[in-house]
Design a protein. Structure first.
Length: 448
């Protein structure tokens, strides 16, 4: 009996050991994100050729610091003229995409994505976001931020600025900023970060991306007052010499630009001025410390960081106010929501209009009180300027706003000058606000 009991005990121990071993079996390693697409810098721009704005700096990053860089183009450049041939519209998109791939490839970028957005020729960012489908465009940019996992994002300045002032440039900056703050939030496009049921089979779903928090975002601009941005971020000379090619990076940028033959309408002097200018970045924000004018990679380590929630929209109840509407009103809310409100200090609100053309000026009267209000507007315009309509009294309901749409025609006598336009608002004998808009009386070739 004792021998039989011992045998039974040994059998039970072996079975228990086998069961315990099965329970402690280690799972296979969790597949890592696709390392082929991990980048140090993600450049988000509006059109093929916009990358040239930072090409001399990026080329040096790639060659001397061995950084990986990718580009997102929010459009494929289907609008505009064609200096190389008759191809237009949809086929022009195909041509410009190939021009862009050849261009960025010439200084070391191999990964680029072209989104669905149409090239919109104007100056109001809200127009581009409307045409692109804001939600769909943001979905695409967030997806690519999660795929490429950049440490730094470089993009156009999200502001209405005199210069080329292309709404697609501004739209790219808006989407990049929103994606910076959204890509690490698992509730933003959650289907993107849903794990696939079985990644090795067809008929699958779940995109399998990871959330990702970029660490820094910087902006750049093509504004005519380039010096306004000096001291608001790092600056990189284009005159540094490439060790491999023995030429300045400005020349590398010029050669990259030469690939854009459909758009190659610079004179030699203009191209020289454009490519030899330093790359001047505007500090957006950093989640890893550092200083606004310090190096882009100051404070950045290779380890991921946790999601950092942006401030978001904050209402201001109980007030009656008047402000510039349209893109100006949007940006005031946008900057605060994304913790980049210091961008408001770069320059005061401005616009551009050719002599005798019509300048659209939107104003918003906001009534966040519980009673209807009567508001009077009093314009103060330069001599000879005309405003339509000329109504001065507006009734604004409680918890409502009144969008005032003004058309302003400048005087021919003010051609090639800057002029200041002002509107004062009052209610019940009390001043409630004033709006000032600086206007450059000159055409820039784009419809307002």
């Amino acid at each position: 009996m004792r021998l039989r009991s011992s045998v039974c005990l040994c059998v039970l121990l072996l079975v228990a050991s086998a069961v315990l071993g099965a329970q402690n079996k280690e799972a296979p390693p969790n597949p890592e994100p696709d390392i082929r697409y991990k980048v140090d810098v993600l450049v988000v721009v509006g059109h093929p050729d916009d990358d040239i704005e930072v090409a001399s700096y990026v080329a040096k990053l790639i060659e001397q610091e061995h950084k990986k860089v990718a580009v997102i183009y929010t459009t494929r450049g289907n609008s505009g003229g064609n200096a190389a041939g008759l191809e237009q519209a949809s086929v022009l998109s195909d041509v410009r995409e190939m021009e862009a791939r050849h261009s960025i490839g010439s200084y070391g970028i191999t990964n680029a994505w072209f989104l669905h957005g149409a090239d919109v020729p104007g100056g109001d960012v809200l127009h581009s976001l409307e045409v692109w489908g804001h939600g769909q465009a943001l979905d695409e940019v967030v997806r690519l931020v999660r795929l490429t996992r950049p440490e730094v994002i470089l993009t156009w300045l999200p502001n209405y600025v005199v210069g080329e002032n292309h709404e697609d440039h501004q739209g790219a900056g808006v989407l990049a900023t929103e994606a910076f703050d959204a890509a690490a939030n698992p509730l933003v496009f959650p289907e993107q970060v849903s794990a696939p049921r079985n990644r090795l089979t067809i008929n699958n779903y779940g995109e399998g991306l990871r959330t990702w928090q970029p660490k820094k975002i910087y902006y750049f601009s093509d504004a005519i007052h380039f010096d306004f941005f000096k001291g608001h971020g790092p600056q990189y000379p284009a005159s540094d010499i490439s060790p491999a090619r023995k030429i300045p990076y400005s020349q590398i940028a010029a050669e990259a630009w030469s690939q854009y033959k459909t758009q190659n309408d610079f004179t030699d002097a203009q191209l020289k001025e454009f490519t030899e200018a330093p790359v001047r970045l505007i500090w957006g924000k950093s989640l890893v410390g550092g200083t606004p004018t310090g190096d882009v990679f100051e404070g950045i380590k290779s380890t991921p960081i946790a999601y950092v929630r942006a401030r978001g929209y904050e209402p201001h109840p109980g007030t009656l106010s008047m402000e510039l509407g349209g893109p100006w009103a949007f940006y005031r809310l946008f900057w605060t929501a994304h913790n980049i409100e210091h961008l408001a200090d770069l320059y005061s609100p401005e616009a551009q209009v050719a002599p005798k053309d019509s300048l659209w000026v939107p104003l918003i009267i906001r009534n966040d009180t519980e009673t209807a209000k009567k508001v009077t507007l009093q314009p103060a315009l330069p001599a000879g300027w005309i405003q339509k309509p000329d109504a001065q009294t507006y009734i604004v309901g409680p918890q409502d706003s009144y969008a005032v749409q003004l058309e302003i025609v400048p005087s021919q006598s003010h051609k090639d000058t800057w002029q200041t336009l002002t509107w004062n608002a009052a209610s019940d004998g009390q001043k409630i606000g004033a709006v000032t808009l600086r206007v450059d009386v000159a055409g820039n070739g784009l419809p307002q």
